[in-house]
Ligand binder design. Structure first.
Ligand SMILES: Cc1ncc(COP(=O)(O)O)c(C=O)c1O
Length: 459
């Protein structure tokens, strides 16, 4: 299995041919299998003797690949899609072939250097100081959890230094529009969430945050004694709205709390001059995430996690063991494993780095601007149609709207039909108890014609 034989060579050609064909084609947009259907079609694939490379590849191409809704399809507009550049996809093949251990400088210095250059671009866009740094982690969920763990550790250390007792409960503040991974992180960390009411567009604002804290304090001062972090969302998943980050930063400073900015989806728009003003205050973040696998055109899976003060993250995340003494932190070197809940990691930032290095940052800014402009055009199209109504004016590239008169069942039937007929993948969502739908646009290949064709199906 570990020798490069003639059979490996034939398989390499077949695998590379498949990869090239997949990149060249319009990806399929088929619906999911019924569980019994795929079991029947694929049959038993794991056997004692093995089925051989050709047969395994055939199972993949004929059965497994068609059972995947291609999330890079230009009419995949559900959830948050992906839109990797051709260069980043190609380079993922190289990363896969290179057995790079990306956890430590000792083993991965070249890769870590390149990843850190890509992280630096993001840190500069956010206006974080020269000492800021972090690591690429698997996704926004792990990025948010890692950042909040670092935040709590920093709060714990500050209390210990100040001789203050540990609070009864640790608390993180966020709105309902914050991504579900914040609630998940709070559950995993066993901390409470102080729910802050959003404004009419669901934004967290400084005054609402201050009022929510004051109200909780008035009811019982112990409730917010352990407030250690405030989460501002820079591009909420459902409606694409950016919180009042500067307002949140002011309150974080007043309370001595850590400011975490979740830009998993929307942080990419820091690169777009027309949207940059929405992020005012992000330069004050203690931690910040953005997922290149969303709107920064990299393949799964990559979240850029940055800390203002990496030493605080190291204090929370460095793993200690006798066998790891050889990779202990050395000033001037960088161990990505020190900055998140992980140890072994693939150098998942490299496909993003390669494409960024190849194309230059202007191409990224232009592509992101183009999707923002398309979202505005889609909003105009919606305004023109009497049977549709915008839920909120789009700020980034999510367009949320309702079909007047439709209930959840109508949206679901419509969504199923679109996917079954290979037209598009658009799903219903819920906003303040109402079923609506949304276009989440990240692909520069999505056109206004794609969107108007979908809108027409709702007439
Ligand atoms: C704002 C926001 N935060 C966090 C996440 C979670 O990211 P991931 O799915 O990469 O874990 C998402 C995913 O859509 C998101 O939109």
């Amino acid at each position: 299995m570990h020798r490069y034989t003639d059979e490996t060579e034939r398989l390499a050609q077949a695998v590379l041919r498949y990869a090239r064909d997949r990149m060249r084609m319009d990806p399929p947009l088929d619906g999911p299998y019924e569980p019994a259907e795929i079991a029947a079609r694929a049959g038993r694939t794991i056997t004692e003797d093995g089925m051989g490379g050709d047969a395994a590849l055939r199972v993949f191409t004929d059965v497994i690949a068609p059972g995947v809704v291609s999330s890079d399809h230009p009419r995949y507009l559900a959830f948050i899609p992906t839109a990797p550049t051709e260069a980043s996809t190609l380079f993922d093949l190289v990363v896969g072939a290179s057995s790079i251990y990306g956890g430590s400088w000792l083993e991965g210095s070249g890769a870590v250097f390149a990843e850190n250059q890509a992280l630096r671009w993001i840190a500069d866009l956010a206006g974080l100081p020269p000492g800021a740094g972090g690591a690429f982690v698997q996704g926004g969920t792990i990025g948010n959890l890692s950042a909040l763990v670092a935040a709590r550790e920093a709060a714990r250390a500050r209390r210990a230094d100040g001789g203050r007792p540990v609070p009864g409960r640790w608390v993180v503040a966020a709105t309902d529009e914050a991504h579900s991974s914040i609630a998940e992180a709070a559950r995993v960390m066993d901390v409470d969430v102080l729910a802050v009411p959003g404004d009419d567009r669901g934004r967290l604002t400084g005054p609402a945050l201050r009022a929510a804290i004051a109200a909780a304090e008035a009811a019982d001062p112990a409730t917010v004694d352990g407030l250690f972090a405030i989460v501002a969302t820079a591009g909420a998943t459902n409606l694409g709205i950016v919180d009042d980050i500067a307002g949140a930063a002011d309150v974080a400073a007043e309370r001595g709390a850590w400011l975490h900015v979740d830009g998993a989806y929307g942080g990419a728009a820091l690169a777009a001059p027309s949207a940059r003003h929405l992020f005012a205050g992000v330069e004050q973040a203690d931690s910040f995430i953005v997922d290149p696998h969303k709107w920064l055109f990299a393949p799964y899976d990559a979240c850029a996690l940055l800390y203002r003060d990496p030493a605080a993250a190291r204090a929370a995340h460095t793993q200690h063991a006798g066998y790891l003494d050889a990779v202990a932190h050395v000033e001037g070197e960088w161990n990505p494993s020190d900055y998140a809940i992980h140890l072994t990691r693939r150098a998942r930032g490299l496909p993003f780095w390669f494409s960024l290095a190849m194309h230059g940052t202007r191409a990224y800014a232009d592509a992101i601007e183009a999707t923002i402009a398309l979202a505005r055009e889609a909003a105009d199209e919606i305004r023109r149609r009497p049977y549709l109504e915008l839920v909120v004016e789009p700020e980034l590239s999510v367009v949320a709207f309702r079909r007047i008169g439709w209930e959840r069942d109508d949206y679901e039937r419509w969504s199923d039909r679109l996917l079954r007929t290979g037209v598009a993948f658009v799903t219903p969502t819920r906003h303040r108890g109402e079923t609506i739908t949304r276009f989440a646009i990240v692909s520069p290949r999505t056109t206004l014609a794609d969107l108007t064709a979908i809108l027409a199906t709702m007439a």
